[in-house]
Design a binder for this molecule. Structure first.
Ligand SMILES: [Zn+2]
Ligand SMILES: [Zn+2]
Length: 646
């Protein structure tokens, strides 16, 4: 008998040789029907693999990340079979699962695959799938494996690096492939498949090697899942912040200025400014003080902070001046500057905490291939702040920061989020600077704050920064994608390096604790995420313009102007479209610009002192005719629904 421990800690006894599928059936027949993959003692195995020792078993369904991985990797085997049949003589290399699907890197030799082939590949994959072939692992000797693949230099290279006795093939139908394992029970579960694209890829990612063709695909257990996925991709394309940023005149990239350096156009700058004012107002209430620091700092500053040793080689290189030996760095972080602000005078424990905030622009070198719209740039502005406090104040300060972050998310319509506490990797102590005792204190402070604030959090070992543990917020956007926003970080190390101190009640000097925090993270990335989350329909309070007055003809220009003045009194941001165009065209263009309210004025409205209101995106509901005062009430009510007082 062997003892099998399940994730809930329960232990069940089985005869030696029991398979994960047997265990699943022992739990429940209904559950077993959905089980597609398994893990035993930290090794991915098939659901048909006999278990011979005691161990921990996890069973996966399609709803688990690992289940999807097995599903997609298995589909890559079926696609490889289809490709071999349709393109005889090709050489297969590697075919892993990736996020949202799988790929297979193939040497097509003299043959060529194009988009036009996708359909017949999909058809063949589905045909094979319907035949319900089991995936079976088979051990082979190194000599046999080398013989089988003697005409495939890629597989030969892979096999050469494997130890004899550890090599396995995976069989299904009349197809086999060199593989470590991790497959679904049979091909019959694959009900929908889509070949997504082809791209060039060097063997082993090295451009000195031969270029192969990477065939990307995805697959699902239901046709409906595939349809939904493709719709989601289309919607993501429509919401791409690079596309919306152009359509809404928010930002621009110029090759002349340089890659990864966004230029904010007037409307984008107004949007940024509104976000900054919103946060500044809340921060003021929370006791922060604004500071301003330069864009460069002496190289020594970053040698002191430790950033230079850690990131110097991969960063923008030092700026030299005519003075010999003088070197400056573009500021990659604001923290060292803020430490020196703290150091500008001596402090007593009665003065703490000090909370310094700055919308500080920083510069980090990213390889050009890594750059992406506003989400990966080389220059960006952090909504940064550093809190210097006594160890006793840490808990309360950390909780205050969590309150601020939650306020920011609530006001911007991010309702779905989780938190991640990133702690050390205890097996790799050399990766981190600072004492073990301080790390423990900091990690405990974060976990207790997350608990007290009722956050839905997970603890991730090994994800901490080199100078301290942190709490990250992972936000789900309207398309269900996860983004990391809002970081709060405890740091015992920079106070040490910058020799920060305060005089305690005992009249002795003590080290303050430092908290780094940025609710938005970076203004650039945050606006990109907000654009994709809202599709450009920002919360009303944030909209650069909240309404546009559309006159039915030039005759009503004067009345339109009067309406504009009245809106201004009510602090509603509006503009007038007085062009000699049809009202239909004016409405369409205003909708394209995501204008929240369209206020139509003509003869009736002028006579009665009213406006005809049309809400963007609610064309079915028809217009309502109201006075300016009534309209102002509607606007304020909508704003107050999202923008609460901090
Ligand atoms: Zn495999
Ligand atoms: Zn910092």
């Amino acid at each position: 008998m062997i003892k099998v421990t399940l994730p809930d800690g329960s232990v069940r006894e089985f005869a030696q040789g029991v398979t994960p599928m047997d265990v699943a059936k022992n739990i429940s027949e209904g559950f077993a029907r959905n089980v597609i993959s398994a893990n035993y003692n930290d090794t991915t195995i098939e659901t048909s693999t006999p278990l011979t020792t005691d161990g921990n078993l996890t069973l996966y369904t399609w709803n688990d990340k690992e289940g999807k991985k097995a599903f997609w990797h298995s589909t890559s085997h079926v696609m490889a079979q289809a490709l071999e049949e349709l393109f005889p003589g090709i050489k297969l290399t590697l075919g892993p699962a990736i996020d949202n699907g799988f790929y297979y890197d193939v040497d097509f030799g003299d043959q060529k695959i194009t988009d036009a082939d996708f359909k017949r590949i999909e058809d063949r994959v589905l045909e094979i799938s319907r035949e319900k072939h089991e995936f079976k692992m088979r051990p082979v000797s190194k000599a046999e494996a080398l013989e089988v693949y003697k005409n495939n230099e890629y597989k030969t290279e892979l096999i050469s690096n494997l130890e004899d006795g550890t090599i396995t093939f995976c069989d299904h139908a009349n197809f086999f492939d060199l593989c470590r394992g991790g497959h679904i029970p049979n091909t019959g579960i694959i009900k929908a498949v889509k070949i997504m694209s082809i791209a060039g890829a060097y063997w082993r990612g090295d451009e000195k090697n031969k270029q192969l063709t990477r065939v990307y695909g995805t697959s699902f257990p239901k046709q409906k899942d595939l349809t939904d996925y493709l719709e989601l991709l289309e919607e993501a394309k429509r919401r791409d912040h690079r596309k919306l940023g152009k359509e809404l005149d928010l930002f621009h990239f110029s090759q002349r200025v340089g890659q990864g350096l966004p230029l904010w156009l007037p409307k984008g700058a107004a949007l940024r400014d509104r976000l900054e004012q919103f946060l500044k107002k809340a921060q003021k209430k929370a006791g922060y003080e604004q500071v301003v620091t330069p864009h460069i700092g002496q190289k020594e500053l970053y040698v002191t902070s430790g950033h230079y040793a850690k990131y110097g080689a991969d960063s923008f290189q030092p700026i030299h001046t005519p003075a010999e030996g003088e070197e400056f760095l573009l500021k990659p972080m604001n923290c060292p500057h803020h430490c020196e602000i703290y150091n500008a005078r001596p402090w007593s424990y009665k003065d703490l905490p000090k909370r310094y905030a700055e919308f500080g622009t920083v510069y980090r070198y990213e390889q050009s291939g890594e750059l992406h719209g506003l989400t990966r740039v080389r220059g960006f502005t952090q909504d940064d702040a550093h809190i210097f406090c006594t160890p006793d104040q840490l808990d309360a300060e950390f909780k205050n920061v969590i309150d601020l972050v939650l306020y920011v998310f609530g006001s911007l319509g991010f309702e779905n989020f989780t938190a991640q506490v990133s702690v050390r990797d205890l097996d790799n102590p050399d990766k981190y600077i600072g004492s073990v005792e301080n790390w423990e204190k900091a990690e405990n402070a974060i976990i207790s704050a997350a608990k007290d604030k009722g956050l839905n959090y997970v603890i991730e070992a090994g994800e901490a920064a080199f100078y301290g543990p942190k709490l990250d917020f992972m936000v789900k956007d309207a398309l269900g994608r996860s983004w990391q926003l809002g970081t709060i970080q405890v740091d015992y190390n920079l106070p040490e390096r910058f020799d920060l101190s305060y005089k305690g009640s005992d009249n002795e000097l003590h080290r303050p604790v430092m908290i780094h925090r940025a609710p938005f993270g970076s203004m650039e990335r945050f606006i990109a995420i907000l654009l994709e989350h809202t599709a450009g329909n920002f919360p009303l309070w944030l909209m650069p313009e909240q309404a546009i007055i559309l006159s039915l003809s030039e005759k009503y220009e004067k009345y339109a102007k009067k309406v504009l003045d009245l809106l201004e009194i009510h602090e509603i941001r509006a503009l007038i479209d007085n062009r000699n165009e049809t009202i239909g065209k004016k409405i369409r263009e205003a909708e394209m610009q995501k204008m929240p309210f369209m206020l139509i004025v003509g003869e009736e409205e002028e006579k009665n002192g009213t406006i005809s209101v049309r809400r963007n995106g609610q064309e079915g509901k028809g217009n309502i005719t109201v006075t300016i005062e009534e309209f102002a009430k509607i606007v304020n009510e909508e704003i107050n629904k999202t923008l609460k007082q901090f």
